[in-house]
Structures are given as structure tokens and as C-alpha cells.
Design a protein around this ligand. Structure first.
Ligand code: CDP
Length: 225
């Protein structure tokens, strides 16, 4: 019997811990992890590298079809075949990515790729619109949240570990700005899918969250493949 591919959607605001949890789930279940935020970040880097003002929708959209976004064998995001996983985490990209992600034509282009990946693999996909738009038929949808101050603390710590220079205040401001743009854009704004399960991680550690989700998935018959 042919096994149907399984997809798990994890949405939520910036730095709510989606990617950490998604990676753990993908590893435990032997699924592929797809970081859709990294794709928007790589597109943003492409605009910056081409000297384009990211608030200029028309100019940014001209790059569709001219720059190629993908993932390599390390599951790192690539821009025109070059591994840019580290570069996309910097402040310049973080400051501009939500503009790029609000442009419909760019979203449609990247969503196409995301859907293709989910057609051909068992996936854990994280983002803002996975449960509401990209994979509306996902087998399970999580909506992961945390207080903005807690998220800023996590992002600050993460940046320190990665050698990216920021202050806690800068992280907090950036998250607030992105939360606002992401949830107020016209096309595919950040919001929970009606059938999503909300997970508040403010007071929970990584293991507590991942154990909880694994147990939830198991109760729905989703286990390692
Ligand atoms: O890692 P972090 O939570 O900071 O954000 P990310 O997942 O890397 O996403 C970066 C940005 O891309 C978000 O702030 C959104 O503007 C955008 N994004 C989106 O619009 N839709 C997605 N499916 C994923 C990301």
C-alpha cells in the first residue's frame, strides 16, 4: 500500500520557538523540516545584494524568476545555489524581511515551492500561513505563541550564540515590528487556523514542548516513519 505523505504545520509569531521544535519533531519522526521563514529571508537577502530598496514592491518583484531559492543537502537555505543560512540571520535581513513577505507575488512564488516539497515528502513546515494557506489540509496544525518579552530574550540569546551583534531592546523592537506587519498584511496574514492547536511556550522549556507535541501526534496516530 502506498503511504500518503504526512504534513505537520507549525505557525506562530517570530521567535516563538517554532524552528527549534519543528527540527526536533522532524528528526524524531524522520520527516523533512522546511523553514519557510528562511526562504523569505533568502529572497530579502537577494534584494539587498542587488541594491534594491525592500520597501519598493515593484522592484523587489522583478527578481521573481531571476533569483533561485532552495535547500541544500545540509537542509540549509540557498540563494542561487550558495548556502546563505548564516547571512540571512543578520539584522539587515531581519529588519526588511516582513516587507518582502507582504508582497503577494513573492509569496505565491515561494508558496508554490513549499507545496511541491510537501507533495513529495513527509514534512514539518513552520511559518506564518502554513495552516491557513500553504497546507490547508495539513494532518496536524500547531500555533505556537509566547509573550513578546520572552521571545525577545530568546532571540537575543540566540543572536549572542551565533555571534550576531544586537541588544535585547533591538530584538524586542524588531519582533514587535514584524508581529505588526505580519499580522496586518492583506494577503495571508499571521493568524491561527481554525483547526489549529495553540501551544503557549512562555513558561515551557524545549523538551517539555517537544515531548508534549510528540505525545499529541502519537495520540493522532502520527509516529516515526
Ligand atoms: O525565525 P523568526 O521567527 O524570526 O522568523 P522566520 O520564521 O525566519 O520568518 C521571517 C519572516 O518571514 C517573518 O517575520 C515573516 O515576515 C515572514 N514569513 C512569512 O511571512 N510567512 C512564512 N510562512 C514564513 C515567514
Amino acid at each position: 500500500m502506498i503511504k500518503k505523505n504526512i504534513s505537520i504545520a507549525i505557525d506562530g509569531p517570530s521567535a516563538s520557538g517554532k524552528s527549534t521544535i519543528a527540527k526536533i519533531l522532524a528528526e524524531k519522526l524522520n520527516f523533512i523540516y522546511i523553514d519557510t521563514g528562511a526562504m523569505y529571508r533568502a529572497f530579502t537577502l537577494g534584494c539587498i545584494n542587488n541594491g534594491i530598496d525592500c520597501t519598493n514592491e515593484e522592484e523587489c518583484c522583478k527578481l521573481i524568476g531571476k533569483i533561485m531559492i532552495g535547500f541544500n543537502e545540509k537542509n540549509h537555505v540557498t540563494l542561487n545555489g550558495i548556502d546563505v543560512e548564516k547571512e540571512i540571520r543578520g539584522n539587515k535581513v531581519a529588519d526588511n524581511v516582513s516587507y518582502i513577505a507582504s508582497y503577494k507575488d513573492i509569496r505565491l512564488e515561494l508558496v508554490n515551492q513549499q507545496r511541491l516539497l510537501a507533495q513529495n515528502n513527509d514534512v514539518v513546515m513552520d511559518g506564518r500561513d502554513i495552516g491557513t494557506y500553504v497546507l490547508q489540509d495539513a494532518d496536524v496544525k500547531f500555533f505556537q505563541i509566547a509573550d513578546v518579552e520572552e521571545r525577545a530574550k530568546r532571540r537575543y540569546k540566540e543572536n549572542l550564540e551565533k555571534g550576531i551583534e544586537t541588544s535585547y531592546e533591538e530584538c524586542l523592537e524588531n519582533l514587535k515590528k514584524r508581529d505588526y506587519i505580519d499580522s496586518h498584511r492583506e494577503f495571508c496574514p499571521l493568524r491561527p487556523a481554525k483547526d489549529s492547536i495553540e501551544i503557549n511556550t512562555t513558561n515551557l522549556g524545549i523538551n517539555e514542548v517537544s515531548d508534549m507535541l510528540i505525545a499529541l501526534l502519537k495520540s493522532k496516530g502520527i509516529e516515526r516513519r
